[in-house]
Design a protein around this ligand. Structure first.
Ligand code: BYC
Length: 472
């Protein structure tokens, strides 16, 4: 990349053109990223023109430029939200001190671990989604998939920027390792559980963008509060992109619900599988699965790691600055779940180690809002069915509930009771086979697969039948 115009090739607002050390690190990393993108990124469409949004600056005009781009030529940029003059640390032991512009030496390892964990999820999701393009339900959906994929790639760049610019040699090693772990690989798995699950079909993908990307929103918002200013600014800009991913999930599942209801009404039947739709019971089982694996992403209910991240000033609460308390929480308490025999109860715990649970509570309330909107669609069709979030203890692998079996209604069950009921609560092999059978590509402009309604509007004021991906 010697002699290149960095502003053109790698749009940025981090003065990349003046930073030789960072240039050298990226010169080494960028070709490896491209190799990873070509071998682990979207299969089959790398040479197609896709109508994509590219961020070329952080202001209102520059952050969302739309044009046809081939994905390997996407300009992955490095952006931080504008600096806030005089920003101070908003919580923990360093409350009120100037925010750090360099890595605080005593917290170096912990901070690096947080950044690596965040960074690891980004390429993981691209790997999980790489085979979806060939079974797209429409050109509109195909384009949205690729938009998300390139932006997850950019979010990886964002974390690699922090590692390369602020952590020296060990940061560069971590940047490489981010390209070496693989989702679902037995020997080199991705760090967090949900990112090693398969995303084999478009229903799973829409659920993932609703539930798992929403964990991203809450984790990024907590990191955006960080006393380490470059992390805060990076995450603030990432959140602007994240909104589109959540939109794809919420409207996507809403469109599936809409289509199912239309088929139920038109066919005067609950058996929409006969008509090429996805029945509401199957949707409920997919919700149960994706919601529960996403709840695990918040970690244990009581976690000294979480307390330390906060006390050190590295990771705050969701909307920390809007909260009216002492922002230190040494004497505060918070309600967490507890197992009392076969019942789930609550108890007051110290607030600091309960921070994961608090963030999970914020997340749960947000998840419920979308479910309510899907239920409104069902109600409008006069159908007596309600989608629900299962109890937080259902199907968990991390924390208090990992050791027990809990029904969607929150009853602690024997292994036998769980085994005889789980097929009613989680996607079965036959559900998966049915959903897979629906995954036939629809690539004609303006047409949509049988199981999903068209969106209310197109991308960037384009019509719904716009050629979002040029396949010829
Ligand atoms: N799977 O004290 P604990 C996104 C580990 S998503 C596997 O309970 P802690 C995106 C944990 O690492 C947002 N392991 O948890 C979405 C720890 O291991 P060590 C990603 C897990 O540390 C869609 C041990 O268990 N960002 O952006 O308080 C598409 C004890 O853990 C899991 C972040 O997560 C799990 N689910 O909290 C694309 C933010 N849970 O350290 C992108 C950064 C826990 O003892 N990460 N463990 O070896 C964090 O803040 C924290 O690491 C966690 C865990 C909240 C994840």
């Amino acid at each position: 990349m010697a002699g290149i115009d960095y502003g053109e090739r790698i749009p940025n607002n981090v003065s990349l053109g003046d930073n030789r050390r960072l240039q050298r690190a990226l010169e080494e990393w960028q070709p490896k990223f491209l190799d990873w993108w070509m071998s682990m990124g979207p299969t089959g469409f790398q040479q197609k023109d896709v109508y994509l949004r590219t961020a070329v600056s952080v202001d209102a005009q520059g952050w969302a430029q739309f044009d046809y781009v081939r994905m390997p030529e996407y300009r992955w940029g490095l952006f931080l939200a504008e600096a806030e003059a005089g920003r101070t640390i908003g919580f923990g032991d360093h409350l009120g001190a100037p925010s750090w512009q360099e890595v605080p030496g005593e917290y170096r390892g912990v901070l690096r671990r947080l950044i690596v964990t965040q960074g690891d999820t980004e390429p993981a999701s691209v790997e999980q989604q790489r085979h979806l393009g060939v079974t797209c339900p429409s050109l509109y959906d195909l384009r949205n998939l690729f938009q998300i994929n390139v932006e997850e790639g950019r979010h990886l760049w964002a974390m690699v920027y922090l590692l390369d610019a602020y952590f020296g040699r060990d940061g560069r090693e971590e940047s490489e390792a981010l390209l070496q772990r693989r989702s679902g690989d037995r020997d080199r798995p991705r760090i967090l559980g949900a990112f090693n699950e398969k995303t084999p079909d478009w229903l799973s993908y829409l659920m993932f963008t609703y539930f798992t990307d929403r964990d991203g929103k809450y984790q990024l918002a907590s990191l955006a509060e960080s006393g380490f200013d470059p992390l805060s600014r990076t995450c603030r800009f990432m959140l602007t992109e994240e909104a589109h991913h959540l939109f794809v999930g919420e409207t996507g599942i809403g469109r599936v619900v809409q289509r199912t209801c239309e088929l139920m009404r038109e066919g005067k039947t609950d058996d929409v599988r006969r008509l090429g739709g996805i029945d509401l019971e199957t949707l409920q089982r997919y919700i149960n699965f994706h919601y529960s694996v996403s709840l695990d992403l918040f970690g244990s209910e009581v976690s000294t790691n979480a307390a330390n991240f906060y006390t050190m000033g590295l990771k705050g609460r969701f909307e920390e600055s809007k909260k009216r308390d002492d922002h230190r929480l040494k004497d505060a308490t918070y309600t967490v779940s507890e197992l009392a025999g076969d019942r789930i109860t609550t108890r007051e715990a110290s607030a600091l180690p309960a921070l994961n649970e608090r963030l999970r509570d914020d997340y749960i309330a947000d998840c419920q809002r979308g479910v309510d909107r899907w239920n409104q669609i069902i109600q409008k069709h006069g159908i007596g069915f309600e989608l629900r979030l299962p109890n937080r203890g259902f199907h968990r692998a991390i924390g208090l509930f990992a050791e027990v079996k809990v029904s969607p209604d929150g009853l602690v069950l024997s292994e036998a009771a769980w085994d005889s009921n789980k097929h009613a609560w989680l996607p079965t092999e036959s559900d998966q086979a049915y959903v897979e059978s629906l995954m036939q590509p629809v690539t004609e402009r303006g047409r949509f697969a049988s199981w999903i309604a068209p969106p209310a509007r197109g991308v960037n004021s384009q019509p719904i039948d716009f050629e979002y991906v040029r396949l010829t």
